[in-house]
Ligand binder design. Sequence first.
Ligand SMILES: *Cc1c(COP(=O)(O)O)cnc(C)c1O
Length: 408
Amino acid sequence: MSALGFTTKIVHSDHKLGLEAGAVHAPIHNSVPYGFSDVQGLIDVFQGQPGHAYARTSTPTLDALCQKIQKMDNGVATAVFSSGMSAIVATFLTLLKAGDHVICSRFLFGNTTSLLRTLEGYGIEITLVDATEIKEVEKALKQNTKMVFVETIANPVTQVSALAEIGDFCEKEELVYVVDNTITSSFLFDARAVKTSLIVTSLSKYVAGHGNAMGGSVTDTGLYNWENYPNIYEGYRKGDSKMWGISQIKKKGLRDMGACLSSQGAHLISIGSETMELRMQRQAVNAMALAELLEDHPKVAKVYYPGLASHPQHVRAKTLFNGFGALLSFDLIDDIDCCEFLNKLNLVISATHLGDNRTLALPVAPTIYFEMGLQLRQEMGISENMIRCSVGIENTADLIADFKQALA
Ligand SMILES: *Cc1c(COP(=O)(O)O)cnc(C)c1O
């Protein structure tokens, strides 16, 4: 049988695990402890056999979500967390030690950039580079470099990292290659195809889609050889070496650090994930229509969207991605106040967040990049009059009409 399509795999992953009491939709398991009629069962779980003991580590509902994400990401194992940030924190804190060096994209989600400052306080060295240029990444290599961390399409300026070239570089230098695939998601971008070691995703965004649950995931693609990685603790250097990295992330990052996802949250994310392809296709159509409207409009100075031929990495995005996504930013011309413009939109809601079914927009400088200050904003290419849009699944004509009337 040929490989199943993206949505088929997700929609049928529950029943492939076995229908529980015939329930076509996997039930929600809220129990925190898991009991056994023979105590040997409990001992077995503690000693590494499959099964559940305590909800901080796993539940059947979390497993069902992990299965879906693992299939989407084409990985060998997935761990889920309470948020995208906790997945990122767990990855850094469990795989790095004081004295290690990490090469990171200069264009990262604001809270990730802020987290990097915290890691520096723990003695982890960070070099920020323009990850759209492979030469910049190569130049940052040091004796103690362990990891490269990049995003696919950066928020809010939409730079596209040199994902394939960085994959080759990490393979050659035996570095752990971590890709935050949130903005593209595994539907738009198969991160394994560019030799990614670990795929991190905020499930709160496109995967859930409905904006009613938070979560994060880390998937091991099975491509990194953990036998070469010095920071795997002796206790986890057992069994299949493909699993060493994710085992350490699960044991140290989830069990010990405790940022576990609830079964209720996991269930909501699972439901959302089933329609991800359908939503993202509509969102991409809407984003392209909006980008074209804005690019031609005299009141708009600049549009940032990888689907436009004018985007500096348009060709790269076209080659790597199965569509250009739904994150779009633009600068209004100087004499238009972006807050006044946002207040004129009727359908579009002024709100943070990405990947919602509704179109959301915000002024970038005074909100998500306020804490960074003017200088850092300028270094990141963020203008003071920039608006970021997370394009939703509304009917295209309605969305375009709303922007047209607000611009008029
Ligand atoms: C939102 C986001 C995160 C953090 O995810 P949360 O689920 O909000 O914690 C990380 N990376 C990127 C690229 C994001 O957009």
